[in-house]
Design a protein around this ligand. Structure first.
Ligand SMILES: [Zn+2]
Length: 452
């Protein structure tokens, strides 16, 4: 692992033009400097990297992070390289397979922009990708075909789905619901009207509409809506004694999620009862289950013996213990954190133990731990711990650590949290605020605009 020069980092970690490695890194993380580079210098020498990032979604977690494709199209626009990127994008759309599941929306959205820029091959490729979809509950390129061609795209997609509905009459057939197809229209009603009109003379579209209505009827029969209020009411009525009894007998089973929700609103006395049960428990499986109660709340008391679970051979128990301790303010946790951070095999997760046990001048020790992590998951753990520590303990000395987190966050959601903390505490260096205006995360751009 690589140590970092924090002074240099706070002063400004980059200069334009970026070298190839710095550009690749910025593209991966979605840092504004990549777009700044292309706006100032074009993409000469880094065009292959840009093409690669068009066909390969670089976000760490495309489920939870904002979509990356709008930023990539800004970069391609700024570089004026649509013609250069077109063959790779079209080729990728044409050859998508299940192996590219995580890239498909990314590249199809960029292909849709390409089509809008006048590359008709991109449109053909999108239709082709749709026709050979490997799943139909969320078909490849369907929304993009509809986005580009509104009515014609919608009819094309609905016709194909209608053919499938005729071929498979079973109740559990899963096709794209009408509301997905209607996303690009003003309202679901608009899309439905277009389909109804077409249905009078098109049996495939008629079949799709019939499938959709039958599915809706079935779903409304199955649905059992439960408001947050009734759920909280139910949870509130359960006592700690009942929970301990259910945990002991396993009847009925108490799942982690409900227990976590129960603990969020439980009284201190009830939580103490659960903590006492944990301290008396020796069964590994039950311990793991119990600890769900302390994913968001701290332990009201602590025993030295409990700390040992942080080194348990079972990974779930180990992690659940560290999370519970990271929520707990207690001298034992502070002492434990110090001991662990002095160890040879310390981990970035240990830092999280300081969240509720932070003291003056801890930044010195924290800064000494900052290293460029070997893999993105370690990097994410580190950044996440830094965010938690300095969110709970806003101090001016947090600046180098937070700038480090900004620079090294592999995820755009965490970067947004870091930028929020830096701006909120008046600690954002000028270069950083400037760079945020070009970030791949639109919400980060809005943060700096709102603060400026
Ligand atoms: Zn994150």
């Amino acid at each position: 692992m690589e140590k970092v020069d924090l002074t240099r980092l706070v002063d400004g970690p980059f200069e334009l033009p970026l070298d190839r490695a710095a550009f690749a890194e910025a593209l991966r993380k979605g840092l504004g400097r990549a777009l700044m580079h292309v706006r100032a210098r074009g993409a000469a020498g880094v065009d292959a990297l840009v093409i690669d990032a068009c066909v390969d979604d670089k976000t760490l977690d495309s489920q939870s992070e904002p979509e990356r494709w709008p930023w990539m199209t800004e970069i391609v626009d700024a570089a004026g390289m649509w013609a250069l990127t077109a063959p790779a994008i079209i080729n990728m759309v044409e050859s998508l397979t299940e192996l590219n599941e995580r890239d498909q929306d990314h590249v199809c959205n960029i292909a849709a922009v390409l089509a809008k820029r006048g590359f008709s091959d991109a449109m053909r490729a999108l239709y082709m990708a749709f026709d050979r979809s490997w799943r139909w509950d969320d078909p490849i390129a369907a929304t993009q075909a509809i986005k580009l061609n509104a009515r014609d795209g919608l009819l094309h997609v609905a016709r194909r789905l209608g053919q499938l509905a005729q071929a498979d009459q079973s109740d559990d057939l899963e096709l794209a619901p009408l509301w997905i197809l209607a996303l690009e229209f003003e309202s679901k009603g608009d899309a439905e009207r277009i389909l109804e009109e077409a249905a009078s003379s098109d049996r495939d579209i008629r079949a799709y509409l019939a499938w959709w209505r039958a599915t809706q009827r079935r779903n409304s029969q199955d649905a059992m809506p439960q408001s947050a209020e009734t759920r909280d009411g139910l949870l509130r009525s359960i006592t700690a004694t009942e929970i301990i009894e259910r945990m002991r007998t396993g009847n009925p089973v108490l799942w982690g999620g409900p227990l976590m929700a129960w603990a969020k609103i439980a009284s201190d006395a009830a939580l103490q009862q659960i903590a006492d049960a944990i301290f008396a428990e020796t069964d590994e499986k039950r311990l793991r289950q119990y600890l769900w109660a302390f994913r968001h709340r701290g332990l009201p008391s602590l025993t030295p013996e409990f700390l040992a679970y942080a080194d348990h051979e079972n990974e779930f128990l180990r992690n659940a213990t560290l999370i519970a301790l990271s929520n707990t303010r207690h001298p034992l946790v502070r002492e434990f954190a110090m001991r662990r951070m002095a160890r040879e095999d310390k981990s970035f997760r240990d830092l999280s133990l300081l969240c509720r046990n932070h003291e003056r001048d801890d930044h010195v020790m924290i800064e000494a731990m900052l290293e460029v992590a070997g893999d993105v998951h370690d990097a994410h753990d580190l950044v996440y711990s830094l965010i938690r520590i300095f969110k709970e303990n806003p101090v001016g000395e947090a600046q180098p650590s937070l700038v480090f987190a900004y620079e090294h966050s592999p995820c755009m959601n965490c970067r947004k949290k870091v930028v929020g903390l830096l701006l909120g505490q008046g600690l954002a260096p000028a270069w950083l605020a400037e760079e945020c205006r070009f970030d791949a995360n639109e919400e980060i751009r809005e943060l700096v605009l709102g603060s400026g």
